[in-house]
Write a protein that binds this ligand. Structure first.
Ligand SMILES: Cc1cc2nc3c(=O)[nH]c(=O)nc-3n(C[C@H](O)[C@H](O)[C@H](O)COP(=O)(O)OP(=O)(O)OC[C@H]3O[C@@H](n4cnc5c(N)ncnc54)[C@H](O)[C@@H]3O)c2cc1C
Length: 445
């Protein structure tokens, strides 16, 4: 490849692509152009930074720009937002008018928060979380308020993680969720387990809620929810994200699901010499067998690796995603992998669902905790399609088990027949995952 390699966007997708390209091409000139003040930062740590569980913003920066040059010979320019791409001339132009030629271009511009059309949404104290500086407002507001009140709009994983952060700082918390129950991506029974934990922590969850407006009330705010005025020092929007794909679209790159940049399984866009990775791009789904848009850090880094190899002449094939995610509220962990029953039905599967609650170790052992497992499979073939879990016991590794089984194309019967280890303080005789799968195939005794 004739250099240089230029990467637009310096976080999970972009920096992984740059680092992987360096491994394959020790002498290649690599330039990363980042609009913000940081590169290589842990967005996912923001709720824990707000809570004070992570001490400082610096702890969430994996590598500073200078270290990329020193240790890997990668030039990183911050405060260098790219304004335009000319794919014919192979040049990008930054907002300050500087032109940067490229041999290959990786677009890793991520996603941006949705700001719903609610009156008052732009008032100070109404925040979205995305990049590290976005944690500063919430930290300042919560530290300054003597009896802080927080309203979270949306109850996805980030909303619930922020509820935990706000509680840790002594705030009273209200969640407004437009759907019939909180954490809707979990499905009803696992979501009910999280709802119980929220209620026990005195978080007010208003479901089927309509946020009508946000207004100033002296020094603070009031959020009008279904006609009620809920006081708030801080309002956090957890209303989803959209792909940051405008730059690529203007350069002629085709877009796909949700308007994200269309890429093939090598990460190539429809424009010669341009690749894309991360939240700005679609990703192949292992169960659905087609591209989807599921913005996650895991996907961004996996795509970044594939792209970094491809641009340096080491083509791979992106294996695909299951959209696996895990989260936490207090002692209750929860997460999902694969597809839920509604999505399965929409895709033409004949979904069946089984739910079982078990103990994370022998129930008689001190510290035994609950894990609720819900599995979705296709009645016609037995193929495992998805899983959702919640509980105060270990959830994430059990979710990994289900994710692995789906990736391997296992049937629900094959999962039931797996040979898991047993020792009373560590794992029960029949693991909750095994119990659920066994119940599905009529072997629950
Ligand atoms: C609070 C929070 C918690 C999260 N928790 C989790 C979690 O627990 N697990 C998980 O898997 N995912 C989590 N995510 C999602 C995860 O952070 C993203 O999926 C991940 O950061 C995507 O990486 P990316 O590199 O594709 O995009 P981004 O992280 O958005 O990075 C894109 C970069 O491109 C830059 N950029 C954009 N446009 C331009 C331009 N024109 N020129 C130059 N630079 C540009 C941006 O400034 C940004 O730095 C969380 C997200 C948030 C907000």
């Amino acid at each position: 490849m004739a250099g240089p390699l230029v990467v637009v966007g310096g976080n999970a997708g972009g920096m992984t692509a740059a680092a992987e390209a360096r491994r394959g091409a020790p002498d290649l000139e690599i330039v990363v152009l980042e609009r913000g003040e940081h590169v290589s930062y842990a967005t996912c740590g923001i709720p824990y930074l707000v809570a004070g569980e992570v001490a400082s913003e610096d702890d969430l920066v994996h590598h500073d720009p200078a270290s990329f040059m020193r240790e890997r010979g990668i030039e990183v320019r911050t405060d260098a937002g790219v304004a335009a791409i000319d794919p014919e001339a192979r040049v990008v132009t930054t907002a300050d008018g500087r032109r940067q030629p490229y041999g290959a271009l990786v677009i890793a511009t991520g996603a941006r928060p949705v700001r719903p059309d609610i009156p008052g949404i732009d008032l100070p104290g109404v925040v979205s979380l995305r990049h590290l500086p976005s944690a500063r407002g919430p930290r300042r507001i919560l530290a300054a308020a003597s009896d802080p009140r927080v309203v979270l709009i949306g109850s996805g994983p980030i909303g619930v993680e922020m509820a935990e952060a706000a509680l840790a700082l002594g705030a009273r918390v209200t969640i407004a969720e437009s759907r019939p129950y909180a954490v809707p991506a979990l499905g009803e029974e696992p979501a009910a387990r999280v709802a119980r934990a929220l209620s026990e922590a005195h978080v007010e969850v208003r479901t089927r809620a309509r946020v009508q407006g946000i207004e100033r009330a002296g020094e603070t705010l009031e959020v009008v929810i279904d006609g009620d005025r809920v006081p708030a020092d801080l309002v956090v929007l957890g209303t989803g994200v959209v792909p940051e794909a405008g730059l690529a679209r203007e350069a002629g790159c085709a877009t796909g699901e949700a308007g994200a940049i269309a890429v093939d399984r090598r990460g190539r866009t429809s424009v010669e010499g341009i690749w894309a990775a991360g939240d700005c791009a679609v990703a192949h789904h292992r169960v659905l067998g087609r591209p989807v848009w599921i913005p996650l850090a895991t996907t961004a880094t996996a795509q970044g690796r594939i792209v970094g190899r491809d641009v340096t002449g080491r083509p791979g094939r992106f294996p695909g995603v299951l959209g696996s995610w895990v989260s936490r509220f207090g002692e209750v962990a929860f997460g999902a992998t694969g597809i839920d029953a509604a999505a399965a039905a929409a895709e033409g599967f004949a979904p069946r669902v089984v739910t079982r609650e078990g103990s994370d170790r022998s129930a008689y052992m001190p510290g035994a905790r609950d894990v609720l497992v819900r599995l979705v499979w296709d009645e016609a073939t037995g193929r495992l399609l998805g899983g959702q879990m919640a509980g105060s016991g270990e959830v994430s590794t059990r979710l990994h088990t289900v994710s692995t089984a789906i990736s391997a194309g296992m049937t629900i019967g094959e999962l039931a027949a797996c040979d898991f280890g047993y020792a009373p303080p560590l794992s029960p005789l029949r693991d909750p995952v095994e119990l659920a799968a066994a119940a599905a195939v009529g072997d629950a005794a």
